[in-house]
Write a protein that binds this ligand. Structure first.
Ligand code: PLP
Length: 279
């Protein structure tokens, strides 16, 4: 989706040769943008928040990004929030383009054109349910739209976290500020309603606690040999919470967004787990 967002900006003339890409990212979109920037000769500034794992930040620096770190525990519209700082840097830097993965619909389009068809082909069109963590919403909206166009009976479930507005908004249409508080799970949940979350495509949300997300990330590694990230643990626990909706012959796909190596000093570190009361 990073490549698609940059190519879309090029087509619209929003970014020019030698320009600077600016993005607010917790790391994975940043990595995609960093690789795209290297290949295409752009500079990259990633603005992130202080709850993100050090590995993600160091990896971004390793591939040439400048990383600006903002506080996590501030409202989205505060001037020091990572959304506001990314906007300001893009405004103040000559020949810069703010990608904005939350509002940029090329994000959803990438998943509609690529991830959705991959899942459809790899399941021979037999998929019955798609379960995935929701952050910007690009994955669930793009994949969900593609799959439902192939078979309208396919159900699409989002994994949300406590401290995020998605589940309540989907169920009631109310953006409830009381739902917003700091949480630890990385990559999913929001305190805003990104344009990329297409609530009509989503059949329902389930919320997973920080502790469960962390413990299930560990369980995946130790019991299944699947070494994946924090939101994958949340997705797995969410999948189990939804088990009443599935029957024996269903083919349920759950998508894992990233690799466990980015969390070795957090989820896979006993001290960090103890500090957070997770063990
Ligand atoms: C680790 C992780 N999990 C989940 C997500 C959520 O995906 P999306 O933004 O497509 O909703 C992301 C997105 O960047 C992520 O990095």
């Amino acid at each position: 989706m990073a490549l698609k967002m940059v190519e879309d900006a090029e087509e619209r003339g929003l970014i020019k040769e030698g320009g600077t890409i600016v993005e607010g990212t917790s790391g994975n979109t940043g990595m995609g943008l960093a690789l795209t920037a290297i290949i295409k000769g752009y500079k990259l500034i990633c603005v992130t928040n202080d709850k993100q794992s050090k590995e993600k930040i160091n990896i971004l620096k390793a591939v040439g990004a400048k990383v600006v770190i903002c506080p996590t525990n501030v409202p989205a519209d505060a001037p020091e929030s990572y959304y506001s700082v990314a906007r300001k840097i893009a405004r103040d830097t000559p020949n810069a383009h703010y990608v904005n993965q939350y509002e940029n619909l090329a994000n959803t389009l990438a998943h509609y054109k690529q991830t959705g068809p991959e899942i459809w082909k790899q399941t021979d069109g037999k998929i019955t349910h798609f379960v995935v963590g929701v952050g910007t919403g690009g994955t669930i909206s793009g994949v969900g739209r593609y799959l439902k166009e192939q078979n309208p009976k396919i159900k699409v479930w989002g994994i949300d976290t406590y401290g995020s507005v998605f589940k309540k908004y989907h169920e009631t249409g109310i953006f409830d500020k009381n739902e917003i508080y700091p949480y630890i799970t990385e990559g999913i949940g929001e305190d805003i309603l990104p344009k990329n979350v297409d609530f009509k495509i989503i059949d329902g949300f389930t919320k997973v606690t920080d502790k469960d997300a962390a413990l299930y990330t560990r369980k995946l590694a130790i019991e299944e040999g699947i070494f994946v990230g924090n939101s994958a643990g949340a997705a797995t626990k969410g999948l189990l919470q939804l088990s009443n909706y599935f029957s024996k012959d269903d083919l349920v796909v759950v998508l894992f967004h990233d690799h466990g190596s980015r969390y070795v000093n957090k989820i896979f570190n006993d001290n960090w787990m103890n500090q957070n009361g997770f063990l």
